[in-house]
Write a protein that binds this ligand. Structure first.
Ligand SMILES: [Zn+2]
Length: 248
């Protein structure tokens, strides 16, 4: 029981350690070109056909990256694999992780930590904090930050969710019929939204997509029941959205 009660603190501690490791790596190896990142952990990059985004080759000598991704997304995938490597080489962090998480939970937490670390490498906290201090978090910051700092929109979404002062989920959606491309949530936001999830035609996100008009109001997550406050913003064939828990 005591262990259960301590889990949120453990999760915060793990995130902090991964952020520190990512920051240290960035300072030591900047500018983080793909070549410099790979060299720093002693691997070669191989662009290849993959079902997923990327993986560390079991031999530990190569990082395989999906060749079908755009270059910014490949750089993010590589940074994600670098964080896997950093976590794997940190015995203390590893044992902490295994103490609190098992099975699917462990996988999910590890993937989320690697995303948070990768975002920190490519889009430092100071930059995101400076942007948030001006007008707070807004959906349009996802494409804006991605463009101004030449990172993928996934990186921008993760960094913004991580730095937000209130728990929220950021969703990037697109295609027809509309579906979830990516979602990132702050550690306090409870619900999840898997990639590829279809969005109902009558959902406000579909209406934003169809009309090209901003939305600010209430909505459930696609396929969900619980009501959140929602801000959504359409741009260039995509919809960027912020879901926040309603004050209870
Ligand atoms: Zn991973």
């Amino acid at each position: 029981m005591a262990k259960f009660l301590g889990k949120p603190q453990a999760a915060v501690g793990l995130r902090r350690r991964v952020l520190e490791a990512a920051e240290k790596f960035r300072r030591a190896h900047a500018p983080l070109t793909p070549e410099r990142m790979a060299k720093a952990i002693g691997v070669d990059i191989e662009l290849t056909k993959l079902s997923g985004d990327g993986m560390l080759d079991p031999s530990g000598k190569r990082v395989l990256i999906s060749r079908d991704q755009p270059p910014r997304r490949q750089r993010f995938t590589l940074a994600h694999e670098v964080v896997h490597f950093l976590i794997r080489s940190d015995d203390e962090l590893l044992s902490e992780l295994h103490e609190w998480y098992q099975g699917e939970d462990l996988e999910a937490e590890l993937e989320s930590l690697c995303n948070v670390g990768a975002a920190e490498m490519l889009l430092p906290r100071e930059i995101v904090a400076a942007r948030l201090s001006k007008r707070g978090v807004a959906p349009r910051l996802v494409p804006d930050l991605a463009e101004s700092h030449q990172v993928s929109e996934e990186v921008a979404a993760i960094a913004l969710a991580e730095r937000s002062s209130t728990p929220l989920m950021i969703v990037i959606a697109g295609a027809k019929p509309l579906r979830v491309f990516f979602s990132a949530r702050s550690s306090g936001f409870r619900a999840q939204l898997p990639r590829g999830k279809m969005i109902e035609r009558e959902h406000p996100l579909s209406i934003v997509y169809d009309t090209g008009l901003d939305y600010s109001g209430q909505a459930t997550l696609p396929g969900g029941f619980r009501v959140y406050s929602l801000e959504a913003y359409p741009r260039a064939g995509r919809v960027y959205a912020l879901f926040r828990e309603m004050p209870s």
